[in-house]
Design a protein around this ligand. Sequence first.
Ligand SMILES: Cc1cc2nc3c(=O)[nH]c(=O)nc-3n(C[C@H](O)[C@H](O)[C@H](O)COP(=O)(O)O)c2cc1C
Length: 223
Amino acid sequence: MQVLAINGSPRGSGGVTALILKPFLEGLGSVELIHTKDLDIRPCQGEFHCWFKKPGECFQDDDMRAVLEKIATADVLVLATPLYVDGMSGPLKNLLDRMIPLLEPEFELRGGHCRHALRENVKRGRLVLVSSCGFHELDNFDPLLVHVRAACENLGREFAGALLRPHGWVLRHLLKQGEGQDVLDAARRAGRELVEGDMSAETLAGVSRELVTLEECVRMQNE
Ligand SMILES: Cc1cc2nc3c(=O)[nH]c(=O)nc-3n(C[C@H](O)[C@H](O)[C@H](O)COP(=O)(O)O)c2cc1C
């Protein structure tokens, strides 16, 4: 199983999202991990060159060329991002915009809905979301989940689930005190479960579990 993980946090492996991503990828086994912060990926220019001039190829010669090839062959694509203003980080959105060369300009009907056909050489695999945020409530991820599910429909990938870590900074704090290890264990278990089939709701709830009460979270932040 070919797994490609893309971390869109500007803080890369030193960030809170990576705290969850790392054990999840360990559970998955052999994966390739890339960080958008290490790559030169310029914004899509909206010229449709990749559709009408040189099908499948963007005219911009940057790191997205190599990333596109990896995405096209991945059985599992893991998108990791901090929650930024209720959505994914800018660098990750930028990268998704640059995935358009994987699609054909032609429309087709999939499940009665208008979509772009996928190019023949593009794998129709699964996609997992990994995200962390600062606020306490799990529902802060709702807009991001709607977006990623919709993107899966358009990119022809099955949404396999999400590892979501609200009040992620509290986890970092607890880990320093030797607590919260069960959250990382749940992330690792989720990786193993995905290899076997599907991630269980119980395991994903373990990743997201409340670490401190809402009131305690507010108090800690304001200290
Ligand atoms: C520009 C910016 C926007 C943010 N927007 C939100 C937000 O809308 N909701 C939220 O709960 N946290 C928000 N946060 C907090 C981050 O999601 C949180 O700190 C996250 O765990 C950072 O992950 P990282 O260390 O992997 O980058 C924001 C942080 C930044 C820097």
